[in-house]
Design a binder for this molecule. Structure first.
Ligand code: HPA
Length: 278
């Protein structure tokens, strides 16, 4: 058994000693997306520190926990805080939580993040449905010996974000009167924000939003056969896109203002997606 798989199993057994809860949907909460965890009827909480071998985030404000419980009647596991590649972890550690949630039972993965808007006209507080991604600027989480227990050596990536879920997301947004943009998410390693020239390159490549997470997680999840949906909360126009200098205060205000809408959208989508899987 390889080291990466062994560590994953160690984490799985550690969680299973603490809860028998079996989620159907896994949810990753990006920074600045409001306290969605408050919407969950909580059954169990496990601090990342209490899972043997689990990579624990070093960034203050990113300390994390798994929240197990129900959104309406749907059993979910929610990651409050994720590990980023820029913190220095190997990619296999960055995606370990995703793999773990699949092993715990989750077949659907709902990814969220805060991102810089590259598409013309995007402004702070906008939401973007992720319809495709560019992960080529970060190492693949699948590099190294393939774990046959998880998936095949050369997984297909033609439909990372599930088309049915994308249709459901658009329907939910329309019903809630939410203007949902859509586009391609590009992951850079960070931690520096992009230069205007890098944003111009991202745009030339077809990116609509840029960030420092998500795409690698989606690759690992797709490898394991999870069905995915992704939403970016645009916290700022990416560097050079807007003539205005970025104001942290304004970005924060926009994110806070967007939180209730975002929460309503996430809840509606979890319900509808679950209904579509029956
Ligand atoms: N670039 C990269 N990551 C981000 C940004 C950005 O402009 N905003 C929020 N996360």
């Amino acid at each position: 058994m390889g080291e990466v798989y062994q560590k994953l199993m160690q984490c799985f057994e550690s969680v299973r000693r603490q809860t028998a809860f079996k989620p159907k949907t896994a949810l990753v909460l990006g920074s600045g997306l409001g306290d969605y965890a408050g919407k969950i009827r909580v059954e169990a909480v496990i601090d990342y520190h209490d899972i043997d071998g689990f990579p624990v985030s070093t960034v203050s404000g990113h300390a994390g926990k798994f929240i197990f419980g129900y959104v309406e009647h749907v059993p979910v596991v929610c990651m409050q805080g994720r590990v980023h590649y820029y913190e220095g972890y190997p990619m296999s550690d960055v995606v370990l939580p995703i793999r773990l949630m699949k092993l715990l039972g989750a077949e659907t993965l709902f990814l969220t993040n805060a991102a810089g808007g590259v598409q013309q006209g995007m402004k702070a507080g906008d939401f973007m449905l992720i319809t495709g991604q560019i992960a080529s600027f970060v190492p693949s989480p699948l590099r190294g010996e393939n774990m046959e227990e998880l998936g095949v050596r050369f997984p297909d990536m033609s439909e990372i974000y599930n088309r049915d879920y994308i249709r459901i997301a658009k329907k939910c947004a329309a019903e809630l009167d939410i203007d949902l943009k859509q586009g391609t998410y590009l992951q850079f390693t960070g931690p520096a924000y992009e230069s205007p020239q890098e944003v111009a390159m991202a745009r030339l490549l077809g990116a609509d939003a840029v960030g420092m997470s998500t795409a690698c997680e989606a690759v690992a999840a797709k490898h394991m056969g999870m069905k995915m949906i992704g939403i970016s909360c645009i916290s700022n126009p990416a560097c050079g896109i807007s003539a205005d200098p970025l104001s942290h205060e304004e970005v924060k205000k926009a994110a806070d203002a967007a939180a209730p809408k975002f929460q309503a959208l996430v809840t509606a989508m979890i319900k509808e997606i679950d209904a579509s899987c029956r």
